[in-house]
Design a protein around this ligand. Sequence first.
Ligand code: SF4
Length: 502
Amino acid sequence: MTQTSLAPTYLVRTLGCQMNVHDSEHMAGLLEGAGYTAAPAGADVADVVVINTCAVRENAATRLYGNLGQLASVKAERPGMQIAVGGCLAQKDRGEIVSRAPWVDVVFGTHNIDVLPVLLERARHNAAAQVEIEESLKVFPSTLPSRCDAIASGWVSISVGCNNTCTFCIVPSLRGKERDRRPGEILAEVEALVSQGAVEVTLLGQNVNSYGVEFGDRGAFAKLLRACGEIDGLERVRFTSPHPAAFTDDVIEAMAETPNVMPSLHMPLQSGSDRVLRAMRRSYRSERYLGIIERVRAAMPDAAITTDIIVGFPGETEEDFQETMRVVEASRFTSAFTFQYSPRPGTPAYELEPLPKAVVQERFERLIALQERITLEDSQRFVGRELELMVLDGGGRKDGDSARMSGREPGNRLVHFAVPEGADVPRPGDMVTVRVTHGAPHHLLADSGLDGGPYAVRRTRAGDAWDAAQGDDHDHGGDSCGTGGGAPAGPVGLGMPALRRA
Ligand code: SF4
């Protein structure tokens, strides 16, 4: 769509997890469909500012009201400007947001993203704030239009909501029971993304291993992975997040036997203590967890396995924490998102007595130190190996000082690689083969091209599409996708913020 300079501008500020990033892309797509145009890159105000909130983060409310406080004075100087608040905190706090910040024009929930343009219009027409929250999903978010900035990588929702009841988590009460999309619909969206240039797709759900429960097919997720393997032009398939309780061996087999399904797994552990897992109402035990890891490694020896861990859940003893350390040592995670437990209003664990802060902090630091060592060892074992990297969207610019660019290897490890003088410079989404020369704590270096070692660029359709979009950007500020969304790949926790990644 060619934009005119008179079209009102919009901006979406995302305060939450990857599920929120995905929803933000749909909000942007809906606004563009309604005639708004994206505010220029780097702008922090626009005619419409949407704040997509997260209720899981410890300081979510502080961040929301901080953002709203800042926008109040901007709005006073900018007649006609509108502010909308969506996402998990909006679903939870509803009308309270307008009471605390009466300059907000629209509040909408996680189940009715599609009404955003209508509510903005109605608020303008009625000159009154519109608060509309649905209790259950009316339109599956992935069927809404989306604006994606990254071409090479796309995210596709396979399910929303969660049927589990982990006592620390607010997701079930805000996102509702699990709803599964039909495989045909998901595959059509993946194919649409691939036809637009994507070479990598991440399948997204709160609990991908229970995908299919709603329509009575327990093997549906493994079948979905295998079906993605049949899609021509799709080079890398990832997914997040699986739940250890629902993890079945058919998924491991599908991963190992489908060449474009990448050997990477983000599987939340949360605690290594069976007693704490029981208190968290997580129905697997540490031996089951370790058994899955063992079978994944037997099938895919280089698999990058990442996790989420909560330290200091109420009642956690030193013995419980030692169990977490034992499981972490045995699991050899590539990296871990580690959290200090903090109570969330509205969750069952909110009522429990928290541990002293100093105790939690001390355990947290011991866990970080252990994981840092394991992460470094994981990196160092790659030195000398040849890897094919997908050049990152956004992170793929050639750095002036080091002449390095960045990409991700099949397991999703971050690799910075040198581009030799006069050599072919890859574009985001192109594939590069290099040899690893150094293993650092959180990335690998691959400078093999500098001394005549391996350096080869394979140009991809994603790179071609990126080139084409650069031309488009000069015309009207970005490219629009019909469905799906894009984001740089990387291990992510749904609904759980990363306080510290080790
Ligand atoms: S932590 Fe994950 S599995 Fe547990 S209730 Fe929350 S979303 Fe569901």
